[in-house]
Design a protein around this ligand. Sequence first.
Ligand code: AMP
Length: 303
Amino acid sequence: MSITVVGTVAFDAIETPFGKVDRCIGGSATYFSVAASFFSPVNLVSVIGDDFTEEDAAIFKGRNINLEGLQRIAGAKSFFWSGKYDFDLNVAKTLDTQLNVLAEFNPQLNERQRNTNALFLANAQPDLQLAVKEQSSARIVALDTMNYWIRSAKDALTRVFREVDLIIINEAEVRQYTEEPNLVKGARQILALGAKTLVIKRGEYGVLMVTRDAIFAAPAYPLENVFDPTGAGDTFAGGFLGYLASRSEANDREMRRAIIFGSVLASFTVEKFSLDRLREITIADINERYQDFRALTHFEDAG
Ligand code: AMP
């Protein structure tokens, strides 16, 4: 059961309290597709410039990722993002965003990309997300967004919120969008627009999943060495949706498992810069950490 992602394939410059890289591979669709491809075949839809070499594209090779939707524009540069984290690794400060090839990005899905089990609309201008959604016949449509769109395109974002099944968003963005300090009340306000599930990312505190009838909370994996949180959100979304797309049903049990797989994948991403950790792991590493999560959260009934 396949999945389509529309998002960025980028170069990032990152500074954390533990180190600095001037140029590394990044982008929402990059993290998402590598993570999701452990569970489901992925169609990647994005755009790059000719600065993105074959060697850079090796990150996708040997994985279940179809690259026919990765458009290359000659004579142009790839999307570039530069960010910095201080000791609170939950807060990314954007230093620079250069749209480059993204400025003209107007994705047209082909037959294969339209007819998938799931569609992930990575963070982008909400009208563009809606235009992509309208081309797809996916059973599960999920989206991510960011504070910038809540501030600058709230009405357009509300229109796309009404059209998707699943919203993956971080804690501060729920508060910003709803102007409601209480997270559960805020979640209910967003769900009232139409989505069935809201997955709230809470950085090092884990994830809260809110549906109309249930709430599920998962901690983040307690790592001693968190190196670079960039990509954690998109990796989480990839693990979560990749797993879900591989199942015949998206019931509560499967959704909970998907939350843990997403959290497992994200916990690997933050251990090194860029996709350096993600590119070395195997499904056996993922399954082992999934079991560690069970042990971490298991407790008995009070006697
Ligand atoms: P996250 O998972 O939220 O940490 O996303 C990290 C990735 O998002 C980075 O590798 C960036 O290249 C990419 N990114 C940053 N800003 C934007 C933006 N405005 N639009 C699309 N992608 C972005």
